[in-house]
Design a protein around this ligand. Structure first.
Ligand SMILES: Cc1ncc(COP(=O)(O)O)c(C=O)c1O
Length: 390
């Protein structure tokens, strides 16, 4: 009895492995500080919960169209117009089971076996695996340290082959929190035009940006970029709705139609009442979103200060998302093989969970999440500093 090759080749998520171990310790009563979370620690705002509950009471508990309810698609269209200056029609938008599902289906519909997809390093853990599940090949492209690990147009040209099909852009980035500027995106869009590449632009952290930085969608750079880009976004991170599983994709009609075809035979519609909640998230008052963003900015400032105070820790300054990605090579040199081992021992001895960088493509880094309370952050960082300086 053999499982299929495609699953045998899957790399288990290191994010989940360390979180599982931290949870297990916690359940045994151990005082563990978790700085690993990939989700906001706030509850979903009440107005969103009330709307979803109300929709259930009104009987919206049945199948919907596979691509989502018209009310939500309309709210998404208006959001794109308002925030990104992008115009989409109803058949250019699909609601999915989280942004993750939209990304998964994107690779399924554009990749043939052996096609190459450029994955900027460091990357969000699921991109390479999703590319491989579509029988395509992830081509890893590491940004330069002096450019905060953002990739450039000329770097893209250096890895192109006749098999290159698409490129992933994730701004603001998980794990670094860096943001691509309009000029950087314009140069990347130009290379994609020249070599006829699809762009998949994961903008899930768009609303969580700091220091009054600007978020630009690469789809808005030019008419050509608009045509070749599928924008992925969702309500999980901005509205603290990770468990609701509502994301969306917008782009070229034929790609969206193909994604809808796959959804119709695999998942059908995203949860009906969660879709009504998402309408309220996008159309309702935005003050809770702002409150959460402001809180994240405060925590980012604190965590950066504490990280910079630890010998051998070199953080990349995040301007978005809720992570700090830290080069710890100096701190572990001569003592540990890599950050995986270091993180394992940190959890065992200091009872702090952080995510090692190997799952993001840079094994001498760690990712610290500030999606937890200031008190937990301060205590976690105190323990890490003691561990490093002991
Ligand atoms: C960069 C990035 N894209 C997509 C997702 C998936 O989000 P969703 O909960 O909408 O599936 C995540 C979640 O961690 C993420 O970090």
């Amino acid at each position: 009895m053999q499982l299929a090759k495609r699953v045998l080749e899957l790399t288990p998520s290191p994010t989940l492995a360390i979180s599982a171990k931290a949870k297990e310790l916690k359940s045994k009563g151990v005082d563990v500080i978790s700085l690993g979370a990939g989700e906001p620690d706030f509850n979903t705002p009440d107005n969103i919960i009330e709307t979803a509950v109300d929709s259930m009471r009104k009987g919206f508990t049945k199948y919907t169209a596979a691509a989502g309810i018209p009310e939500l698609k309309q709210a998404i269209i208006e959001k794109f117009k308002r925030d990104n200056n992008l115009e989409y029609k109803m058949d250019q938008v699909i609601v999915t089971m989280g942004a993750k599902h939209a990304l998964y289906n994107f690779f399924q519909v554009v990749c043939n076996p052996g096609d190459e997809v450029i994955v900027p390093v460091p990357y969000w853990v699921s991109y390479p695996e999703q590319v491989k599940l579509a029988q395509a090949v992830p081509v890893f492209l590491e940004g330069k340290k002096e450019n905060d690990y953002k990739i450039t147009a000329s770097q893209i040209e250096s890895v192109l082959t006749d098999k290159t099909k698409a490129i992933i852009i994730n701004s603001p980035s998980n794990p670094t929190g860096v943001i691509y500027s309009r000029d950087e995106l314009a140069e990347i869009a130009e290379v994609c035009k020249k070599h006829d590449l699809y762009i998949v632009s994961d903008e899930i952290y768009e609303k969580l940006i700091y220091d009054e930085k600007e978020h630009v969608s690469i789809a808005s750079i030019s008419e050509d970029a608009y045509e070749r880009t599928v924008v992925i976004n969702g309500v999980s991170k901005p509205y603290s709705m990770t468990g609701w599983r509502i994301g969306y994709a917008a782009g070229n009609t034929s790609i969206i139609k193909a994604i809808t075809g796959i959804a119709s035979h695999s998942t059908s519609n995203p949860v009906s009442f969660a879709q009504f909640g998402a309408v309220e998230a996008l159309n309702g008052p935005q003050d809770e979103l702002l409150r959460m963003r402001n809180e994240f900015e405060k925590r980012r400032n604190t965590v950066l200060e504490l990280v910079r105070d630890i010998p051998g820790f070199k953080p990349i300054k995040p301007f978005g998302a809720f992570y700090v990605f830290i080069d710890i090579s100096e701190a572990i040199q001569g003592k540990y093989d890599n950050a995986d081992k270091w993180a394992e021992i940190l959890l065992d001895e200091a009872k702090v969970a952080v995510i090692p960088g190997s799952g993001f493509g840079l094994p001498n880094f760690i990712r610290i999440s500030f999606a937890t309370s200031l008190e937990q952050i301060q205590e976690g960082m105190r323990r890490i500093k003691n561990f490093v300086t002991a």
